[in-house]
Design a protein around this ligand. Structure first.
Ligand SMILES: [Zn+2]
Length: 267
């Protein structure tokens, strides 16, 4: 967009002159790097120069009309840059999601932008802190230890630091670990979910309750959104406290998990 802004300047403007010289010379520089990106072969189509998107009468406007230049820039971004970049992102997401070691689709089946309505929610400091853990868990399908001071996001651990079970992952902590039952019941009370049987919801159902398909669901009922975030965040914090704060040998745990077969550790 910076190059596009420069291209809209009058030809006498220094920035416009520099772009013109750089383009004609073909010398490798910032300008040529931007042009290379615009013409990436893995884009659905090249991103055109902004001047190619203007009609003749609009070209006359850009010389003296600052408001018109702003409008053309917004239109260029909306109609020509964003659609191609979004298509590129979605294709990259789909490609990566087919890789065996990338279980993200289990929690988040498609890429999406966070809805602006989330900014209007007054959840308080704790929930917004846990939101980071919730979001990392949802995006990666891994333990969000980095949110709590760790330096990794392991997909599994050889031993549950809470109950001692072997080869555990995010699903275990949220769905099965007896040491997180109290947090689960707290979540159920906020959500109006019956837990009198002593059993948790089936994972496919609980996964939808916690992560659903779209982030927008968090704001539909703000209290329930906070409960979903709080449950995931508190569970992950409890795990992280033992792994990160208490100084368990996380490297050893990670090495053992890496040695396990992928089939054994994926949900
Ligand atoms: Zn456990």
């Amino acid at each position: 967009m910076l190059r596009a802004r420069g291209m809209l300047m009058p030809s006498s403007h220094p920035a416009r002159s520099m772009l013109g010289v750089a383009t004609v010379s073909g010398i490798p520089c910032w300008n040529s790097a931007v042009l290379d990106i615009q013409h990436r072969v893995d884009f659905t189509s090249p991103i055109p120069c902004i001047l190619e998107t203007l009609r003749e009468d609009e070209l006359a406007d850009i010389l003296a009309n600052k408001a018109a230049r702003k409008y053309f820039l917004r239109r260029y971004r909306r109609n020509h840059v964003v659609p191609i970049m979004q298509a590129y992102d979605e294709e990259a997401f789909a490609k990566a999601a087919t890789k065996h070691e990338w279980p993200y689709v289990e929690f988040q089946p498609s890429p999406e932008c966070l809805p602006a309505v989330l900014l209007e929610l007054d959840w308080g400091t704790e929930t917004w802190y846990f939101y980071r853990a919730w979001a990392v868990t949802r995006v990666l399908g891994r333990l969000p230890l980095t949110v709590f001071g760790g330096d990794d996001t392991p997909s599994s651990l050889c031993t549950c630091p809470l109950c001692g079970l072997n080869t555990v992952d995010v699903v275990h902590f949220l769905h099965a670990c007896p040491a997180t039952w109290d947090l689960y019941t707290e979540f159920c009370i906020s959500m109006g979910i019956d837990f009198s049987s002593g059993q948790r919801l089936r994972w496919t159902r609980l996964r939808l309750e916690l992560f659903a398909d779209r982030v927008g669901f968090l704001s539909t009922v703000a209290v329930e959104g906070a409960a979903r975030i709080g449950y995931v965040g508190k569970v992950m914090q409890r795990v992280a406290k033992l792994l990160v704060v208490a100084g368990h040998d996380i490297d050893e745990l990670l090495a053992a998990a890496a040695a396990a077969t992928p089939e054994a550790v994926l949900p």
